[in-house]
Design a protein around this ligand. Structure first.
Ligand code: PLP
Length: 367
């Protein structure tokens, strides 16, 4: 499709072309059923197969251990900010430790504070959120018997990412907002108590939020929660207590099938993501003085690359000239400014390389 642009949006974001084509077919008619995926009952055999395959593909791709449950919620990652705190902080009499490495972590804290005591165990806010803590800093910052520890794997706005799962003391339940780097590479699920991710960054369209929960934690959930805010409602009914977002779950399933069959798994996807990120960080580093990366090198995100130019006027021109060449949505978030290039799984290497070449040319013309 020659009229496709390279869409560097942070979310909703690029979806693989073969997935869009399969989704399009399903909007018109599900093969053999004579109706659209937008019309069909969530109680149908067809949808039962779809939601089961979505879970099976996630289990395969992420090697999710059997003692973890996978559920599909609504309300985005933002509702998870409340839900994790309602389910696992409310009434515990303990504090939860939040490691705040950017804007989303800050928002998660605000919601958790409504449910109980929150400690910001570590933050880089005074430095403009440029890095994640080292394992040593983290081990000194965390308390041993809190309710849980919450991190944001990748801060989408600042472009700051943990390079791997941080080490936490034995027995500490690590909860993670993985919205913007979910499925970007393999993870060790067993090191987390709970993982959640809104789909619309890297896993599909908006409307569905994936949560992966270690089974034994479910026993700690207090009674009396609103039914749709209690994880047990989802685990006990296969995420089908009420009407789920059927179409969003279909597209999530198609994305996971694409990762499984076309990409060949998350190790391959990670190599691909590294190649794209290194093209862009290479262009930033080559343009030192003209381009300034926001994140410290050891905390650089593979998903959201953020940098500034010498003046806001140059940044405006950069965004406009790139758009004229078919590279869109490069304006940084208003809270950080500058440029942000989101290079999720479905962004082709070609797109990142084209942007890197544009950066070199723009610098040569304007430095
Ligand atoms: C986008 C994003 C959110 C918010 O997601 P919604 O689905 O819009 O609620 C939360 N955390 C991170 C890391 C994000 O990237």
């Amino acid at each position: 499709m020659s009229d496709r642009v390279f869409n560097f949006s942070a979310g909703p974001a690029v979806i693989p072309q073969p997935v869009l084509e399969a989704a399009q077919r399903h909007v018109l008619r599900i093969e053999g059923l004579g109706m659209s995926a937008l019309e069909i009952s969530h109680r149908s055999e067809w949808f039962s197969d779809v939601i089961q395959e979505a879970e099976a593909n996630l289990r395969l791709l992420l090697a999710i251990p059997p003692n973890y449950r996978v559920v599909f919620c609504q309300g985005g990652a933002t509702l998870q900010f409340s839900m994790v705190a309602m389910n696992f902080l409310r009434g515990t009499g303990k504090a939860a430790d939040y490691v705040v490495t950017g804007s989303w972590g800050s928002k998660a804290v605000k919601e958790a504070e409504k449910e109980g005591e929150v400690r910001v165990a570590w933050t880089d806010t005074s430095n403009g959120f440029r890095r994640v803590p080292s394992d040593l800093e983290l081990s000194e910052a965390l308390t041993a018997n809190g309710a849980f520890v919450h991190i944001t794997a990748n801060e989408t706005i600042q472009g700051v990412e943990f390079p791997g799962t941080p080490a936490v003391p034995e027995g500490v339940n690590l909860f993670c907002d993985m919205s913007s780097d979910f499925l970007s590479g393999p993870i060790e699920v067993a090191r987390y108590g709970l993982i959640y991710a809104g789909a619309q960054k890297n896993a599909g369209p908006a409307g569905v939020t994936i949560a992966i929960i270690r089974e034994d934690l479910l026993e700690r959930i207090p009674g009396g929660l609103p039914i749709m805010l209690d994880y047990r409602t989802f685990t006990e009914h296969g995420s089908l207590y009420n009407t789920p977002p059927v179409f969003s779950i279909l597209v999530l399933m198609l994305v996971t099938r694409w990762l499984r069959d076309d990409v060949g798994g998350l190790d391959k996807q990670l190599d691909h993501n590294r190649a794209k990120a290194s093209a862009l960080y290479g262009a930033i580093d080559a343009g030192k003085g003209f381009y300034r990366g926001h994140a410290d090198p050891q905390s650089r995100s593979l998903m959201n690359v953020t940098w500034t130019l010498p003046t806001p006027e140059l940044e405006k021109r950069f965004v406009a000239e790139a758009a004229a060449e078919g590279m869109i949505e490069l304006k940084g978030h208003r809270s950080v400014g500058g440029i942000r290039a989101s290079i999720y799984n479905a962004m082709p290497l070609e797109g990142a390389e084209m942007l890197a070449r544009f950066m070199e040319a723009f610098r040569a013309a304007n430095a």
